[in-house]
Design a protein around this ligand. Structure first.
Ligand SMILES: Cc1cc2nc3c(=O)[nH]c(=O)nc-3n(C[C@H](O)[C@H](O)[C@H](O)COP(=O)(O)O)c2cc1C
Length: 199
């Protein structure tokens, strides 16, 4: 089948788009509001870009949600790795709550101070990437019209790795069990790995 998602119906039982580029890593992002409320929310239109020496993170917000607003005003945010053990808490933080309510408190998540930026990290998450806000790109259609969606980009300025997931100098993914988003209500967990040498 072929269809143009802007103009043509997919004719399937459910919209397939988010099942087609999978799995999507989950940016579980901490920010601080202007009044100091700790905000935590998952964003699966998310990724690490630009490699090892000067890595950047980007996430896309459908509308200017609290995370986008806080990242832009405080100019800082933190990525926490969502793991299988933290799956329920991650899901709870996806609820659309008033900005005066702190999602980590609602989800019963302990937070730990970051090293460089003010937003804290999820204490039980084995990885946290602290970011300084870089820029926001408002997505524009090919017709030149601005959409409601923005990509928010931050430069990674500090990396936290729980020592318990480092084995013989490499990250043991099986000790972290990251989760990722599939389409519909589905997720996957990374606990099977294969190695292939580069040609
Ligand atoms: C696994 C998961 C992934 C999500 N990914 C996105 C996303 O990429 N972009 C988005 O705008 N909302 C996404 N959402 C919804 C937001 O997490 C939700 O709207 C949340 O309340 C936003 O919180 P905030 O206003 O505190 O930033 C996702 C929700 C879940 C559970």
């Amino acid at each position: 089948m072929h269809y143009d998602p802007r103009h043509e119906p997919h004719k399937l039982a459910h919209d397939p788009v988010t099942s087609l580029v999978v799995p999507r890593p989950i940016g579980w992002i901490t920010t601080l509001s202007e009044s100091g409320v700790v905000n935590l929310a998952p964003y699966s239109f998310f990724n690490l870009v630009a490699g090892r020496r000067q890595p950047f993170l980007m996430f896309s917000s459908a509308g200017r949600k609290h995370t986008q607003r806080n990242a832009e005003t405080s100019r800082e945010f933190v990525f926490n790795l969502a793991t299988y053990d933290l799956r329920s808490e991650m899901n709870q933080t996806g609820a659309e709550l008033d900005e005066t309510i702190s999602e980590p408190e609602i989800a019963g998540l302990a937070m730990a101070p970051s090293r460089v930026v003010k937003p804290p990290r999820v204490a039980l998450s084995p990885v946290a990437l602290e970011c300084k806000y870089s820029q926001t790109v408002v997505l524009e259609g090919s017709n030149g019209k601005k959409t409601d969606n923005s990509v928010i980009i931050g430069e990674v300025v500090n990396i936290y790795i729980d020592d318990s997931v480092i084995v013989d100098g490499v990250i043991d993914i099986r000790r972290m069990r990251p989760i990722a988003r599939l389409g519909y209500m589905d997720y996957c967990v990374v606990d099977d790995v294969f190695t292939m040498l580069r040609v």
